[in-house]
Design a protein around this ligand. Sequence first.
Ligand code: SF4
Length: 363
Amino acid sequence: MCDFFWILENICEMIGQKLIAWYEINKRNLPWRDTGYPYLIWVSEVILQQTRVVQGLDYYHRFIDAYPDIFSLARADIDELLKIWQGLGYYSRARNMHAAAKHIVDVYDGKFPATYNGLITIKGIGDYTASAIASIAFGQAVPVIDGNVNRVIARLYGVQQPVNKPAGQKKIRIYAEKLMVRDIPGIYNQAIMEFGALQCIPQNPNCNGCILNRVCVAYRGGLVNMLPIKEKTAKIVTRYFHYLHVRFGNRTFIRRRADGDIWTGLYEFPMIETSGEIGPDDLTRIPAWQSYFDEQTPLVEAVSGEITRRLTHRILKIRFYEIVVDKPVSGQNLIEIPATDICRYAVPKVIDNYLKHIETQDT
Ligand code: SF4
């Protein structure tokens, strides 16, 4: 096995070349490929983080139609931007892009810095995005390391340390540097990411048909489905949200979610969060409920079943209450709007789904 590792370490560049040859035959035809325009590369890379290409493509087109360049993005109204982003999740990405666009316009006259070191100083551009822009747009030889690259390298070299911990990342980065084809780093980075997305997939990859199976440590050692190793990080917390969809004539009430929590900047119905499960009858007796309705007795017309949403470190248990009142409800930061206007506001996907559901019931 020692000899094998020695050979593997010394054919890194050849493996990099093989990945590029594979890429030229197998790459998907995507609108941001083969562009040298850093803005388009940036938008595509940010949208594709945590998102499948099939889903991201539609968002990419809508985003570029609305904000074709860095200047239009810098001028964007954040509510409109979040509306375009609605459903894509990880909304901090959109807010960070907005802040970064303003910074690039204000400080660099709208031109992206041409190096990794310059890009990484911009708030909202992290290691992955800086590497992608620097290599694909500016030809700088910096490896991109995302989930796909972690998986390919961990399997190829049999990395047994957790890839989400510093020791594992250090090893991955060493191999990523060695594999890099330095005269075409942008193509190489796209090749290894595409190889991870299409060939070296998370579950049951087709190793028998893989161009690298003769040198792949995981394949030779029967470790394919064990690698990469990831250590569990934060404890998963369960939260309970009760949304009050209040009808006051043809009007309703919403509010903007504050900073420092999930879905910052999106809109939602008045909401009561409880620390544990609580049934509809008990909910109407707690002070938080009464604070919305003061003296009046609201009519609860319907209560949805419990909807479960899994986010990275949280499980959300959500119910919607359809309520009719004859006086406005009161509550901090509530806005009264015509009920039909809610479609203009960016809302979390779970609320969007709920609105679509009740719309089909009403028709
Ligand atoms: S042989 Fe299998 S595990 Fe190894 S690189 Fe190819 S697809 Fe991935």
